[in-house]
Structure formats: C-alpha cells, structure tokens
Design a protein around this ligand. Structure first.
Ligand code: NCD
Ligand code: ZN
Length: 345
C-alpha cells in the first residue's frame, strides 16, 4: 500500500447545475475538493452580480453539513454585460472569473458572444483590474469540422484577442489538442489552460469504435491519440500553466441516451482516483499536487489550501458507483475503462 498526501485540490472548471441536480452532485465534488470555479451556464445563465450572489447562496444551502467547500463564482459574458457590474462583483469578492462562450458552442450557450468586438469594453475593464477570463475555445462556424474547432479558434479568435489585449489574463478551458498545448506553452504571460480528467484518458476511438459511447461524448469532443498524449505530457510535467478543470458536467441518463444526447462527462466522484492512476502510470506522481492543488491557485492569485487530501493505493480495486442518483434522475459516472486502485481521505 502506498499513500500520498497533497494540499487539498481545487477544480478550476465545474458544472454544478441547480435544484435537485445541484443537491445530487455537489457532495461528490465537496468530498475531495476545497474550491471550484463554478460554470455559469444555467438556464437562464448567471449574467449579473445579482445572479451570481443568488446562485452562490443556493450552492451554499445545498452543501452537506460541516462541509467547508467554497464555490468560486463566474459570470456568463453576454454582449450586453455591463463592465461596471463585473468590476463591482470582483471588487466585492463575489466572482473570480468571467466565462466567454462563443454563442452556440456547447450546452446552454445560446446567450454567448457572437462578436468579440461587442464585449471589448468588458474585456478591457477585466484586463485593467486583473480579473481572469475563462474561454470555451471552439469556433461555431457550421463549415468548420468539429475536430478542428479548437485549433481554428486559437488562430482566428484567441490569438488576435491576445494581440489586441495582451494584459487580459486568460484561461483556455478544457484544452483537447496538441495545438492548444503548444499555444499555451509558447505564451510568455497571461495564458494558462485547464485539462479535464477524461481527456487525459480517452481519445476519439473510445467514443466511437465498437459502438457509440454516449457517456464519453463531451465538448470539446475527444480528439486523436496524439492529442491525448500531448495533454498527458503537459498535465504530468508540473508546468505551472496547466491545471485541473474536470469539466464534470452532469446530465441525466435519459438526456444522454437519446436521439440528440447532451454533451458532458460526469467525473467528480472518481477524478482524484483517475488522476493518481494516470500520474503514477506516467511516473509523475510527484507532480500531481502541482496539477491539482498548486498551479491553479497561483494563476488565479489565490492562496493554496491549508487542508490536505491523502491518496491511498490498495492491492485490490476500489469500487465507485456506476451512477449517482439525483432528484432529477440517475447520472452515470465516468468509466476510465480500467480498474482504479486509489482512494481518497
Ligand atoms: C458542458 C455542459 O454540459 O454544461 N458540456 C461539456 O460537454 N463539457 C458545457 C461545456 O463546458 O462545454
Ligand atoms: Zn464545461
């Protein structure tokens, strides 16, 4: 039996939803994580400081008794977002980031940004006050292949924006390509990337070969093996520009398993066990703490957690539930496709 104690990890990209789903999934994250950046893509989205305060209250009310989990709130950027409202929310300590969704890029992104020039006043204000922007980095043009949408976004949207506003602190969310990794690695400042647990483990064959696997369908969609390997290398390297954002995104089984299934992988419950497996496999357990617990706070300008998490490796496989039952229905847990031997405490 081996064990490893690290500073308590944070999740820098998490979907908690609302209502019964929130109550069902929140304990899964709060068990291992101290904090998480909470995605604002509710219906309707979390757009104003007032929306974020109300959502934060609902999250706090849904926490298990005794939990000291802290939600780090974000605002959903729209073309009518008021720079003054954003700045006030940041000054009040209510939000830690603003999220840019290109309109139509993913689940509940209809109110997102069509034209980046329309939100420049907000982005300029954010650059001035040091408030990070999280970005879903995919173009939405119908004529761009879904597997190319991240690389095209970097060339046609992200790079021009960074040229125009180099002071803006950007987090490229859920990087899925070698192109994304290379772009972040080449940047000298104000750019970092989150990587999900599942993109370190699955490639597009896992999604499509031998029958379609709806529970592996997420956005950005998993790419070729060479991209997965580039993500693995970046995540396990200890490079401070890469950190964990699980993008754990619960949808009920009926909403995944239908004619037009939702995008999203739910991985909150077994993420740390999966990561310990991945880092151990790559001979990089010593960098797990950087990826999950140190690099994120450093980029966001927050202290690392005082509390710790202990990972213990067992001789026999650890059982995780196949599904989490929520008041909205069952949510299937990410299946890494191999047995897990690590538990957390
Ligand atoms: C997310 C969701 O369901 O809200 N889905 C996903 O596949 N990742 C949205 C997102 O982060 O793109
Ligand atoms: Zn997401």
């Amino acid at each position: 039996m081996t064990s490893l104690t690290i500073r308590r990890p944070d999740d820098w990209h998490l979907h908690l939803r609302d209502g019964d789903m929130l109550r069902g999934v929140l304990p899964e994250t709060a068990r291992d994580f101290a904090r998480a950046i909470i995605m604002p893509n509710l219906v309707p989205p979390v757009v104003t400081a007032k929306d974020a305060a109300a959502y934060r209250d609902r999250i706090m009310a849904a926490l298990p008794k005794g939990s000291d989990f802290q939600p780090l709130m974000t605002l959903y950027l729209t073309e009518t977002t008021d720079p003054a409202d954003v700045a006030a929310a940041y000054a009040d300590g209510l939000i830690n980031a603003v999220k840019l969704y290109p309109a139509g890029a993913t689940t509940n992104s209809a109110s997102g940004v069509k034209d980046i020039t329309a939100v420049m006043p907000v982005l300029e204000k954010m650059a001035q006050i040091g408030l990070p922007m999280c970005v879903h980095g995919e173009v939405t043009d119908a004529d761009v292949d879904i597997f190319d949408r991240e690389a095209v976004f970097i060339d046609t949207k992200l790079n021009p924006l960074r040229q125009r506003l180099p002071e803006l602190r950007i987090v490229m969310e859920h990087v899925t390509t070698k192109d994304g990794i290379d772009y972040i690695t080449a940047a000298d400042q104000n750019l970092a990337g989150t990587i999900t647990t599942h993109h370190l483990i699955i490639n597009r064959n896992h999604l499509l070969v031998g029958g379609i696997k709806p529970h592996y369908y997420c956005l950005p969609v998993a790419k070729r093996e060479e991209h997965r390997l580039a993500l693995r290398k970046a995540a396990t390297s200890g490079d401070s520009r890469f950190f964990l954002g699980t993008d754990s995104a619960p949808h009920t089984d009926p909403n995944k398993l239908c004619d037009c299934g939702c995008a999203g992988v739910f991985s909150a419950t077994n993420t740390m066990a999966c990561l310990a497996h991945v880092f151990e496999q790559d001979g990089a357990l010593e960098n797990l703490e950087s990826f999950a617990s140190l690099n994120g706070p450093a980029y966001y300008g927050l202290p690392v957690n005082d509390a710790t998490l202990t990972l213990t490796k067992h001789d026999t496989a650890v059982n995780f539930p196949a599904k989490i039952e929520t008041g909205e229905g069952p949510v299937t847990l990410f299946d890494p496709g191999f047995a897990l031997f690590w538990s957390t405490s």
